[in-house]
Design a binder for this molecule. Structure first.
Ligand code: AMP
Length: 279
């Protein structure tokens, strides 16, 4: 497995045999089965698989959150080696954003609500780093998780708008047995908060069930999710949303499809989760 932080080396390695297809899985490391599910999918669908590990300072709107982000490069590399990954690119912030850096990608509308509203500048950081990862790696396909539903919408929009020559592939959310979506941030949960962290999945499941039983009023669905979360004393809602899955505009009435999503602080750790309803 090729491991390098160098832009030049990774590009040379990627283009050694130009006929080969490459799948890229962009990550911030501290890998879990959610990441590895994307790696396995990329493995099946491409001749070669690359993974990037980069905790992108540009997408953190709070310095403390960036500092607290978990890291374990040794463990990550051994997991990727075991998955048969061909190349891992681990750039430094200085390589990605050298002195004088001043060019950013702003996706305008689909970034407005949800995570974009709660975390100003977050998607500017995401779109900019992902554009750079694509430019350096030049993959045939790039793999993202449905866990970050708005990120998927933002990247799809960017790829379309900037005519980027690659396919975006989205994998389903991988969960713990009790429903908690896997996340690198889960390690920051105290034992008590970990127990209560199932409230996100419970709220989404109940709203999904209500939709399946014919409830189409978006406010009633938001209230249902809010009520469930408020039963948990360590949980504090950041937002609860019923939105169109592509535009992410909040709905008043659900026709066929809806993205149910929420962000909740559980014992001070901010967790996000979502479910897509297809009527
Ligand atoms: P991150 O390292 O958190 O930036 O995540 C890297 C990629 O893994 C992103 O495309 C995420 O959406 C995806 N991912 C993170 N958690 C999960 C999960 N539980 N299930 C599926 N994909 C995930």
């Amino acid at each position: 497995m090729k491991v390098t932080d160098s832009i030049q080396s990774i590009r040379t390695y990627r283009w050694a045999k130009p006929g080969e297809t490459w799948g890229l899985v962009p990550t911030m490391g501290y890998l879990h089965d959610g990441h590895l599910s994307l790696v396995r999918r990329a493995r099946q669908e491409n001749d070669r698989v690359g993974v990037s590990i980069f905790v992108n300072p540009l997408q953190f709107n709070e310095a403390a959150d960036l500092d607290r982000y978990p890291r374990d490069m040794v463990r990550d590399l051994s997991l990727l080696e075991a998955e048969g990954v061909d190349a891992v690119w681990t750039p430094t912030p200085e390589m990605m954003y050298p002195a004088g850096f001043q060019t950013y990608v702003d996706v305008e509308q689909v970034t407005q609500g949800l995570e974009g509203a709660a975390r100003p500048g977050h998607f500017r950081g995401v779109a900019t780093v992902v554009a750079k990862l694509f430019n350096v790696f030049q993959p045939t396909r790039a793999y993202f998780g449905q866990k970050d539903a708005q990120q998927v919408a933002v990247i799809r929009r960017m790829v379309k708008d900037l005519t980027m020559p690659l396919d975006i592939v989205v994998g389903p959310i991988v969960r713990e047995r009790d429903g908690l979506a896997l996340s690198s941030r889960n390690v920051n949960l105290s034992p008590a908060a970990r127990q209560q962290a199932t409230c996100l999945y419970k709220a989404l499941s109940m709203a999904d069930m209500a939709l399946n039983q014919g409830q189409r009023d978006a406010d009633a669905l938001r209230t249902r999710m809010t009520d469930i979360i408020s039963d948990y004393d360590l949980a504090q809602i950041d937002y609860v949303s019923v939105a169109h899955p592509d535009s992410l505009v909040e709905l008043t009435h659900v026709e066929n499809r809806a993205l149910l999503s929420l962000a909740v602080f559980v014992g001070g750790v901010r967790l996000i989760d979502n479910m897509i309803f297809e009527g």
